[in-house]
Design a protein around this ligand. Structure first.
Ligand code: PGA
Length: 247
């Protein structure tokens, strides 16, 4: 189970008190799964301090610039300075609501790798793209453009999260067949670009994963783990999810 992942994406939720509460609940909890939390910049240090050392704590984003006159932005250098070296890049909410295109995502990935970050790189098609039979083309483009100039020896610092946009926060997960086909395609595409890499790049699924569908989803052998939004916001639900995944 050590090569399986369950990563919470808290998005813009939870305040200090909630986080302390959450962490208390997991104080003496050990898991065979690689656990992680993507949390807001302001709480990264708190989360890192309170959760077990084995959990990876991810920033949800960082700027495509290193420093300078960019009011309101946070750079990966600042994160490094605060001992944060994990980040989520290219989440569909960043792409769709904050207009991050593949090129911006690529700049961020290259910058993160340069500063030794471990990254989760999100990709996924919209409903319209799926209905127009463009899913695989979209995924291939996102991979090729997002990973442009990423070298063979850097790719092992990346985990991919396949998150169909239409399944995020909708309560409607993709079916096991849709997930299998997309993740299998992603793995083959990566293998084509990086034929020399020995270790397979982990690919997670995200989109309405919960403690009801985890029993079915965890059986999809090509999937290396899950990125979980809504169901990671309540400590009881998240613990239940971990336990069911472990079983
Ligand atoms: P969801 O979000 O689990 O609420 O669908 C997943 C994500 O956006 O990473």
């Amino acid at each position: 189970m050590k090569n399986k992942y369950l990563i919470a994406n808290w998005k813009m939720n939870l305040l200090s008190k909630d986080i302390t509460d959450f962490s208390e609940y997991f104080k003496n909890f050990h898991s065979k799964i690689n656990l992680g939390i993507c949390c807001n910049f302001l709480y990264l240090e708190q989360v890192k301090k309170l959760f077990p050392k084995s959990w990876n704590i991810y920033a949800q984003n960082y700027s495509e610039f290193l420093d300078g006159a960019y009011t309101g932005e946070t750079s990966c250098l600042m994160l490094k300075d605060k001992k944060i070296s994990h980040a989520l890049i290219g989440h569909s909410e960043r792409r769709n609501l904050f207009l991050e295109n593949n090129s911006k995502v690529n700049t961020k990935i290259l910058l993160g790798l340069k500063y030794d970050f471990k990254l989760i790189f999100c990709i996924g098609e919209t409903l319209e793209q799926r209905q127009n039979n463009e899913t695989y083309q979209v995924l291939e483009n996102q991979i090729k453009l997002g990973l442009l100039s990423v070298k063979n020896n850097e790719i092992s610092n990346i985990i991919i999260a396949y998150e169909p946009v239409w399944a995020i926060n909708t309560g409607i997960s993709a079916t096991d067949e849709e997930i299998f086909l997309a993740v299998d395609f992603i793995k083959k595409t990566i293998k084509n670009i990086y034929p020399e890499t020995k270790e397979a790049i982990p690919v997670l699924y995200g989109g309405s994963v919960n403690d009801k569908n985890i029993d079915v989803l965890k059986k999809i052998a090509v999937v290396d783990g899950f990125l979980v939004g809504s169901s990671s916001l309540k400590k009881e639900a998240f613990l239940n999810l971990i336990k069911k995944y472990e079983k």
